[in-house]
Design a protein around this ligand. Structure first.
Ligand SMILES: Cc1cc2nc3c(=O)[nH]c(=O)nc-3n(C[C@H](O)[C@H](O)[C@H](O)COP(=O)(O)OP(=O)(O)OC[C@H]3O[C@@H](n4cnc5c(N)ncnc54)[C@H](O)[C@@H]3O)c2cc1C
Length: 469
């Protein structure tokens, strides 16, 4: 029997009565398990000594120090696009690119050409880290790019991303933003439709998969052009899912804003229904800063169980907190974000514990990536893996951080034999920099909190200058 205490939002995916899985009961927040002691784990892993930074070149250490210093000033981060535009006007495009490649772009981006990307992937692999490519293409509501042609071009780009990801490693992964293949405006409209139980019923996974398989099915809540775009988008999503599966690449679908997330989950579950029969090739993302995240996760786990498919989860705290809160305030609806960081942490741990228990019980049927820079979350996951006898390098549980951030965690995990992935964007300076700036602004709490990495880089630099052992 499934034992969920919180009410489930069945309207979103039209869930039938919940079935045979036994999910852990949601613990009262005040009684959550305490975090492991910071910095070290029971198997001797130590994030505090910084010895892993010996693998970095002098320039990488200096660059890291300079960039993290820059990122510690919110005014600079908030105005970074203006600063860059001004800089480009003064020094010209060519010199601007050189400076960017030597600095921010070099720190956080794999490169632009195939050889640059492959070089970055190879370098990570040598350090025990798996690459997870992320194409920085996305669309927000109201941006409506240049129609079907733009989305079709993006499908080609995604397929190329699968090709690059599939070379040279087992359990390859890549990230996918649905809004690169389907209009954000349509996602918003579908999200609104899903709130109506009658319309939600019509948007069943079964019906979506028939469209993915090439049938011409219409949805009454959409206009004719919207129906056409939805059909084309579902076929693009089906195409990329199948293509990735055929090439042995797992697709981790990103979560975005709450005004489109239900639509993203709907189409992601349809992709899962198509591809996840024997292995979790398609994964969905859960943002634990959302008050409803644990319930949504339980709901989708139960739904996957009813369909008899495998289920992969990317667990994050969430990147769009400020915008979500601002919108809720402006539009006068309830803030969807947890009241404070501690509540988000507890929610993260509840979801993590629930998934780890399922993996401990059912093995490869469930997969999770602990996508976090938070040491306590990483250490807690490692401890639970040991307790539940989950192999550290099997890949059913893996860890993820962004390229250029928290390398002391990623390198240590990689050296210890855990499955660790770095999310790496790639593309031209002009394409990627606006994306990086947005991410830096959204992740200011993380960037300001990476004092430890800065201290460890400084320690390593001093060691080299004074030639200590
Ligand atoms: C591989 C990978 C994939 C990712 N994919 C996605 C994705 O698909 N969608 C997405 O949204 N993000 C994604 N992220 C970004 C991720 O959400 C951020 O990195 C994350 O928010 C930072 O959390 P942390 O656990 O690393 O750090 P921590 O420093 O432990 O947590 C910071 C986070 O806590 C939350 N928080 C901070 N203050 C408060 C507060 N006052 N109240 C409530 N919550 C608060 C916010 O989410 C903030 O970002 C991804 C990250 C990685 C590494």
């Amino acid at each position: 029997m499934l034992t969920l205490v919180a009410p489930l939002r069945r309207d979103v995916l039209r869930l039938p009565s919940l079935c045979c899985l036994s999910l852990p009961r949601r613990a009262p927040l005040s009684h959550s398990v305490p975090y492991t002691t910071l910095g070290t784990s029971g198997d001797g892993i130590n994030f505090d000594d910084g010895k892993v930074f010996r693998m970095k070149s002098n320039w990488e250490i200096l660059r890291g120090l300079l960039i993290f210093r820059f990122c510690s000033f919110p005014t600079l981060v908030n105005n970074s696009l203006k600063i860059m535009k001004f800089g480009r006007r003064i020094v010209g495009q060519r010199l601007f690119e050189v400076v960017m490649r030597a600095s921010v772009y070099g720190q956080f981006v794999a490169g632009e050409s195939l050889s640059e990307i492959q070089q970055c992937m190879e370098k990570l692999r040598k350090m025990g880290i798996c690459p997870m490519l992320a194409v920085p293409i996305e669309e927000d509501v109201g941006e409506d790019k240049s129609g079907e042609v733009w989305y079709s071009k993006n499908l080609d780009t995604m397929q190329r991303c699968v090709d690059i990801s599939s070379v040279g490693g087992s359990r390859s992964m890549m990230q996918l933003k649905i809004t690169a293949l389907m209009s954000a405006d349509l996602c918003k409209k579908i999200t609104v439709c899903l709130r109506d139980p009658v319309l939600a019923k019509e948007m069943s996974i079964e019906k979506l998969t028939t469209v993915m398989n090439g049938q011409n099915n219409l949805f009454s809540c959409l206009t004719e052009p919207e129906n056409q775009h939805f059909q084309a988008s579902l076929q693009r999503l089906s195409c990329i899912g199948q293509y990735a599966k055929d090439h042995g690449v797992r697709v981790l679908v990103d979560a975005e804003y709450t005004y489109i997330n239900p639509a993203l989950t709907l189409v992601t579950m349809a992709m899962m229904a198509q591809c996840n029969q024997l292995e979790p090739w398609i994964w969905n993302t859960y943002q634990c800063y959302l008050k409803e995240s644990y319930d949504l996760l339980c709901q989708d786990v139960a739904f996957a169980d009813r369909l008899g498919i495998c289920f992969g989860v990317k667990l994050v705290r969430g990147a769009y907190m400020n915008k979500e809160r601002k919108l809720a305030k402006e539009k006068g609806y309830k803030d969807p974000i947890n009241p404070d960081w501690e509540t988000t942490n507890r929610s993260y741990q509840h979801s993590l514990d629930m998934m780890l228990e399922l993996i401990g019980k059912y093995g490869n049927r469930y997969n999770i990536i602990v996508a976090s820079h938070n040491e306590e979350s990483v250490l807690h996951a490692m401890q639970r893996m040991r307790e539940l006898n989950i192999p550290q390098n099997g890949g059913v549980v893996c860890f993820g951080q962004l390229l250029g951030m928290c390398d002391h965690i990623s390198l240590t995990l990689g050296q210890a034999g855990y499955a660790i992935y770095k999310s790496i964007p790639y593309g031209s300076v002009d394409d990627v920099v606006p994306y990086l700036v947005r991410r830096a602004q959204e992740n200011q709490t993380v960037l300001q909190g990476i004092r430890k990495e800065r201290d460890l880089l400084r320690k390593e630099l001093r060691r080299r200058i004074f030639r200590r052992n």
